[in-house]
Design a protein around this ligand. Sequence first.
Ligand code: NAP
Length: 300
Amino acid sequence: MPPKKSTWKIAGVIGDPIDHSLSPHFQNALFTSCGLKVLYLPFLVKPEHLGKFLKQAKESRFLGLNITIPHKETILKYLDQIDETALKIGAVNTVVFRRGLLVGYNTDAPGYVQSLKNETGFVPKNKTVLLLGAGGAARAILYILAQQGAYQIYLANRTVSKAVLLAKRFKRFFPKTAMEPLPLTSHSLSKILPSVDLLVNATSIGMGGTQGTKIPLERLPHRSVISDLVYRPILTPLLSQAKRRGLKIHPGWGLLLSQGALSFELWTGIVPRLDIMKKALLDALVLRFINSAPNLFTQD
Ligand code: NAP
C-alpha cells in the first residue's frame, strides 16, 4: 500500500543566528494543545539565501513564519502582500502563507502595547516616553506608542543619525506626537529623565547580562515604568536597577509571548492560551539555565 499522504504542516522562525530563539518551545506547545498537526522549527537562513528559502517554502507545506534579525526589513521585497501597519513600520515579523501568496504582518507593535498594558497597566496616551535604540525593534515600538497617542517621544541612540532618520519617517504619520532624537549618553538623558513616564530599552544593551550605558534612574519620577525588550536574562541589569529604585518593570518576555500569540492567531484563527505559552517558555528557560551551568559532577 502506498504511504498515506501526510497532513502535517510546517511553521517556523527564520534568522541568522537562530539557535537562541525560544519561539519553537511555546509555539509547538500551542499547536499541540490545539490538536493541530503543525511542527514549528527554527531555520538558519543567511541573508543571501532569503529569496531562495521563501520560494521553496512557498512550494512546500508551510503555514506561516516568524522573521527575526537580520531579515525583518529585507523580507519586504519578497512578499506578495503587506499589511498596512507593517508597511508603515517598514518591518515584518510574521508571514502567513495564504492561497499561494506570502502575506506580511508586524505583530511586535500591537503585541508590545498589549503586553505593556497587561503587565503594568501603562497606557501611552498623553505620556512622555524615552525610547533607547533605533533598530528594527525600536521602529515598531515608536510606531505603536505614537499611534496610541503618546505626547512626546525622545529617541536616544548610540548612532544619533539613525534616530534622526527614524523620527523623520514617523513624524509624517503622527504629526501630533513630538519626536526628539538624542545621543545615548548619561549627560543628554539626565536633563529629560524627570519628565519621563515610560523608559524603553530597545537596544541590545544588557543582552546575556552584559553591562552597558549607565542611565541615572534616580532622576526618573516614581510613577515611571521601565520596559526592557531584552529577555535574556529575564531580569536585565536595567530592570534590576529599576526594581531597586521601586519602579514598575516590564520584562522582555511579555513582548516575546504577545507577538507570538498574535502570530499564532494570524496563522490559525485561534486565540491562544497565554498560560500554556508562559509555562513552555519557563520550562525552556530553566532547561537553558541547566545546560549552561558548569557540570557539577565532573571531577576535573
Ligand atoms: P537591531 O536592529 O540590531 O538594533 C540594535 C540597536 O541596539 C541599535 O539601536 C544599536 O545602536 C543598539 N546597540 C547595540 N549595541 C549597543 C551598545 N553596546 N551600546 C549602545 N547601543 C547599542 O536589533 P533589534 O531587532 O532592534 O533588537 C534590539 C533588542 O531588542 C535586542 O536585544 C533584541 O533581542 C530585543 N528584542 C526583543 C524582542 C522581544 O520579543 N522581547 C523582540 C525584538 C527585539 P546603533 O544604531 O548605534 O548600532
